[in-house]
Design a protein around this ligand. Structure first.
Ligand code: FE
Ligand code: ZN
Ligand code: FE
Length: 192
């Protein structure tokens, strides 16, 4: 009879999942940054893209620290979250509403990652792999900070701008930068 798999094996599986998930995010974040109308939101996604590339490299360090070769295993969870994000980006929302929806999609990804890294840190500690735990905790903290940044952007303007767009729909258009993908700029401009 085959031997049952250990927590060490589950830990490696989760690392592979996280590695694949980060690589999927490296591909998805540029499109989110490009779709964002708010310069601050665009900046937040771009900054997190660079951070995410660092997280891929950091996971490679984790594999090295535990003496495992670097390997990914398809992350269905992040794939699903990215899929939902793509559907949102195909919708015809006004700029501020699109930004609010991009934040919602981004935060789903951050929360998924926070859950994954929270588990990875705890398992690394339980397994006595402190070097791996330290590295994973650095990434966990980056994911938390990225999530908080998105909350701040939503709560300090974007949500309200999206909400007030609903009342000022017929205001005249003021000259503003070209709208990505030809979306209407009037609701956003009207609230300025
Ligand atoms: Fe990440
Ligand atoms: Zn996954
Ligand atoms: Fe992230």
């Amino acid at each position: 009879m085959a031997e049952s798999k250990s927590l060490q094996q589950a830990f490696i599986d989760e690392l592979r999942d996280a590695y694949d998930g980060e690589k999927q995010m490296v591909k998805a974040l540029p499109k989110m940054a490009k779709t964002a109308a708010s310069p601050e939101l665009r900046e937040a996604f771009s900054t997190h893209l660079e951070e995410t590339k660092g997280q891929v490299a950091r996971l490679e360090e984790v594999f090295a620290a535990i003496g495992e070769k670097v390997r990914g295993k398809h992350c269905d969870g992040i794939a699903g979250i990215i899929e939902e994000g793509k559907s949102i980006m195909e919708e015809d929302f006004d700029d501020a509403t699109m930004d609010a929806c991009l934040i919602a999609a981004g935060q789903r990804a951050e929360h998924y990652e926070m859950a994954a890294y929270g588990t990875l840190v705890a398992w690394a500690r339980a397994l006595g792999q402190d070097d791996a735990a330290e590295l994973l905790e650095e990434t966990l903290n980056e994911e938390k900070a990225a999530d908080e940044k998105l909350s701040a952007l939503a709560e300090n303007g974007i949500n309200q701008e999206a909400a007030s767009g609903d009342q000022t729909e017929e205001e005249p258009v003021s000259p503003r930068k070209a709208s990505p993908k030809g979306r209407s700029v009037k609701k956003r401009a009207a609230s300025r």
